[in-house]
Design a protein around this ligand. Structure first.
Ligand code: ATP
Length: 241
């Protein structure tokens, strides 16, 4: 089997004395869409932050593109091709839509994504380009956050709860754009609490519970019921599908 783009090997993560992740192992192949599902506090955001370099971990706990990067800082991970759409979006509130997008490109790599390409993906952002970011609706702000990450031309895009707090129609609109993003060969790792959405969008699903992977498998081989059981705490659901 080809070497995965992202290979997480027995990853532990701590906040001081509190351990948030326990021996987490996952793989993402180039161009693949992977969903990570779990309830509040399961460790999903911690996992995203470890991969993005916002939390340092054991050097060889995370291999990206064949290199051990567990202790590589975030700004360097952007340059290596990993971009994060953080939970809560974290846009620069005093800047316009366009300025937020341009900032995303500053630490990144050369590649197909540009202001023009982001505006093609989300045309409403072209119309709102000179608006202050906080004046946009929640869904439009999420589009800015995704666009800002794309501007760094990642090979792996990490999306932390992109549908949180958004109306179902807006969530569908954002998810409908994902194939345009992966068409260029980019891999996606999506943290999602909505099981139906996660199964529909991804080829591979991991379910986290209390910092541990309790279920993993190809989405085509997993049922909603099986994931729900893992999500809500049935340890008996453990095992690869
Ligand atoms: P949510 O959907 O609520 O964000 P999550 O699955 O993303 O949940 P994390 O945010 O990764 O979970 O949190 C995992 C655990 O780590 C939780 O018990 C949380 O309270 C704890 N935690 C998160 N951030 C910190 C921090 N900065 N300091 C201490 N503990 C933290």
């Amino acid at each position: 089997m080809a070497e995965p783009l992202l290979d997480i090997r027995a990853l532990d993560a701590r906040y001081g004395d509190f351990q948030a992740l326990f021996g987490v192992s996952m793989r993402v192949e180039a161009g693949q869409v992977v969903s990570v599902i779990g309830a509040n506090g399961a460790g999903k955001s911690t996992l995203m932050k470890c991969i993005a370099g916002l939390i340092r971990t054991r050097h060889d706990a995370i291999l990206f593109d064949g290199a051990a990067v567990g202790d590589v800082p975030a700004y360097e991970m952007v340059g290596r091709g990993v971009a994060l759409v953080p939970e809560g979006r974290r846009l620069f509130g005093s800047l316009t839509v366009e300025e937020n997008l341009l900032i995303g490109g500053q630490l990144g790599r050369p590649g197909p994504w540009s202001l023009e390409r982001v505006f093609e993906l989300f045309p409403i952002l072209r119309e709102r380009r000179n608006f202050a970011a906080p004046s946009l609706s929640g869904g439009q702000q999420q589009m800015v956050a995704i666009g800002r990450a794309l501007m760094s031309n990642p090979v792996l895009l990490l999306c932390d709860e992109i549908s949180l707090g958004l109306a179902p129609a807006v969530v569908r609109e954002i998810y409908a754009r994902l194939p345009d993003i992966t068409a260029s060969g980019m891999a996606l790792m999506i943290v999602e609490q909505d099981i139906v959405q996660a199964l529909a969008a991804a080829q591979q699903v991991y379910c986290l519970q209390e910092g541990r992977v309790v279920l993993e498998g190809r989405s085509a081989s997993l049922t909603r019921e099986r994931i729900a059981a893992a999500y809500f705490g049935a340890r008996s659901a453990h095992g690869a599908a």
